[in-house]
Design a protein around this ligand. Structure first.
Ligand code: MSP
Length: 661
């Protein structure tokens, strides 16, 4: 066994039967990292699990007439199935209802109580049940939870408190002196400026108003606050404070806790403070990734686009889904998920670029040499260029993977895929095949192609663990020396006498139109089965979209120049029958009149609009809204949730059609 260890965790999941592809994101990313480290010779501990206590679960179980345990058991079984389907290679799965976990959390609580870091007092404040988070009056946003903007409940109860405030300075120092501790860097500033520098208050760490939790063993009308319970999983799973703590000694501190950005706060403030109080080492890094969202906002199974991971995996295969998740969005940033983007990626990157490369190469070796290349091979133009790129790709991938930059690592691998495809165009094997004298050159070209494919097949393993063995089978190699990670750094490892086997196409091309229609039908069925989401969820969703927009990468002046913004004078406006949010406007834009449909009926009457000088995006593709054609979009400013909306106008009189820039 290797002496180098690597401990990686995902958050432990709330038991929910509505896990969507966004939930799979953290786990797939952690899995790719765990696989990568194993390939590099590390002794890896990859932990995931479920976070099963708390008021939220208790209420849901009650609503179903079940005991909380029976309720979670069923769902946890489903979550385990999902991870199997996604080929998640976790070494351990912890449930916070596991006996060992419960006992150790009690010991941790007692230890902190004995050392004076936990004390008894009275809590009066606000609690957000969906987030299982306490808030002070000051932290509320318009009287609501600052995280999810839902209603909070006033709570007053006798409670135990953790002396979080005592650790404020140490935490600030930790973050300032260890830039690696919170990644990406933007999240460091968020923690420092929004939470740590304004000041920490002691944290309420027990509850008495419900009982679905771990009892405080010296005062059992209290249960341990779910986040203290949940965060402890990272060490209870390793046997911390048990008779056998060998795994704890071996793997702790964690190399990285991978978490979604909304829970970075718990992992970089409460968790290190708890560990400091326990006198234990701190995790080396907390990486907060972004969210996968839908065009319409937050992801949910009832919205447009099929986001059910089971349906998606069954349709396109697990490797395609894993590839998409890790390639589409730079790890750390938010991104939009759509079925169209998924299918386009599969077609372009997997079917065209990678799939074709493998099948063309295998087919040519088969056709021109009966499946086996002769030893007599002749080097030629373009070879060096391909070899150099192939031999240098692994180092780049390693550098990026070590920073958890999955998308960039895949981009590097795909540069090699493209370069290899280009090599086919440059060397034109079909032309060489026509001339018997060129056979040695043809053999060299095909060897180089197969060798490049071998290197690619090694590098994609962390992301697409099922695809690599299929490629190996087709290029006639077996798992072993030729497939080891280190061998991807050396050109020419593919044995001269390899024999190809024509096989199935690894990623068949998808008919985009047909497939999107099919997915639309599936989604309609899902929608029929799902209860309509509540209004407040919609408001929250809109806020999330606003958040993504804010987080999106900067655009260049050229990007902005693509917009044709014009001054437009409203000639007339009218309501649209059956669409109470929409107004149909006729706009004068220079010499032309254009019709625009806009969702502003709630904010403006048709009469107030006539004569106004607005700003229109004139080069937007026309769309039909409720059957009415709309040629452009008018600009407006709105508050989150669109409670207030005002149209953007120009300051002063100017001809309609004037360009806005
Ligand atoms: N139980 C807590 C974690 C406790 S860890 C000590 C929790 N669970 S969760 O089920 O809500 O979330 C699990 C993971 O899924 C989080 O990392 C979260 O960010 C991630 N995601 C859930 N929806 C997501 C998207 N739409 N996109 C990306 N990741 C998302 O939080």
């Amino acid at each position: 066994m290797s002496s180098k260890t690597f401990y990686i965790t995902t958050p432990i999941y709330y038991p929910s039967d509505k896990l969507h592809i966004g939930h799979s994101y953290t786990t797939v990313a952690a899995d790719a990292m765990a696989r990568y480290k194993r390939l590099r010779g590390y002794d890896v501990m990859f932990l995931t699990g479920t976070d099963e206590h708390g008021q939220k679960i208790q209420r849901k179980a009650e609503a179903k007439g079940m005991t909380p345990k029976a309720y979670v058991d069923e769902i946890v079984a489903g979550i385990k199935e999902l991870w199997k389907l996604l080929d998640i290679s976790n070494d351990r799965f912890i449930r916070t209802t596991d006996k060992q976990h419960e006992e150790v959390v009690q010991k941790i609580f007692k230890k902190l109580y004995d050392s004076g870091d936990i004390y008894k007092s009275e809590y009066e404040g606000w609690y957000c049940t969906p987030c299982e988070a306490f808030w002070t009056e000051r932290q509320l946003k318009d009287g609501k939870c600052p995280d999810c903007e839902r209603e909070v409940e006033l709570t007053k109860e006798e409670s135990y408190f953790f002396r979080l405030s005592k650790y404020q300075d140490k935490l600030i120092k930790l973050i300032e002196e260890n830039p690696e501790f919170i990644q990406p860097v933007s999240r460091q500033n968020e923690m420092l400026n929004n939470f740590l520098r304004p000041g920490l208050e002691d944290l309420c760490v027990s509850r008495t108003t419900f009982n679905w939790g771990i009892p405080v063993n010296f005062d059992d009308k209290h249960v341990v606050y779910v986040w203290v319970d949940a965060l402890s999983n990272y060490i209870t799973a390793l046997g911390y404070l048990t008779d056998d703590d060998s795994d704890y000694k071996k793997y702790w501190p964690a190399d990285v806790h991978l978490v979604g950005k909304e829970i970075v706060r718990f992992h970089t403030i409460i968790w290190p403070a708890m560990l400091m109080a326990l006198g234990e080492p701190l995790p080396k890094q907390v990486f907060g990734h972004g969210w996968l969202l839908l065009e319409g906002g937050k992801m949910s199974k009832s919205k447009g686009n099929v986001v059910d991971p089971v349906i998606l995996v069954n349709k396109y295969g697990v490797d395609a889904i894993r590839y998409f998740l890790l390639r589409e969005v730079p790890f750390g940033a938010d991104g939009i998920f759509s079925n169209e983007a998924l299918i386009n990626r599969i077609n372009a990157d997997l079917a065209n670029d990678l799939g074709n490369l493998v099948s063309r190469t295998v087919a040519m070796i088969d056709k021109y040499f009966g499946g086996q290349l002769p030893e007599n091979r002749q080097a030629g133009d373009y070879d060096e260029d391909l070899k150099n790129l192939a031999a240098s790709t692994t180092a780049k991938v390693e550098e990026l993977m070590d920073k958890l930059q999955f998308s960039s690592a895949l981009t590097e691998i795909w540069k090699l895929v493209s370069r290899t495809n280009k090599y086919i165009d440059e060397t034109m094997p079909w032309a060489l095949a026509k001339d018997e004298a060129q056979k040695p050159r043809l053999a060299a070209v095909l060897y180089n192609l197969a060798e490049s494919i071998r290197i690619i097949s090694i590098l994609i393993q962390p992301f697409m663990p099922n695809t690599s063995p299929v490629i190996w089978q087709q290029i006639g190699i077996e798992k072993g020396m030729e497939t080891e990670w280190e061998s991807s750094k050396i050109w020419g490892k593919l044995k001269a006498n390899f024999k190809v086997n024509k096989g199935e196409i690894i990623f068949p091309r998808i008919d985009v139109k047909k497939e999107l229609e099919e997915l639309e039908t599936i989604q309609q069925q899902v929608q029929k089965q799902t209860v309509k989401p509540e209004d407040k969820t919609a408001a929250k969703a809109e806020k999330k979209v606003a958040d993504v927009k804010e987080e999106q990468q900067l655009i260049s002046i050229d990007d902005f120049a693509k917009l044709d913004l014009r001054v437009a004078k409203v000639i007339s406006a009218e309501k649209i029958k059956g669409a109470d949010k929409l107004l149909k406007l006729q706009l004068q834009v220079g010499n032309e009149t254009r019709q625009v449909v806009s969702g502003i009926a709630k904010y403006y009457t048709p009469e107030e609009l006539v004569g106004k000088n607005l700003i229109v995006i004139a080069n937007l593709q026309p769309v039909k809204l409720r059957g009415v054609e709309s040629h452009g979009m008018i600009l407006a400013a709105s508050t989150p949730g669109d409670e207030k909306l005002v149209l953007a106008t120009v300051d002063g009189d100017i001809d309609s059609g004037s360009k806005v820039r």
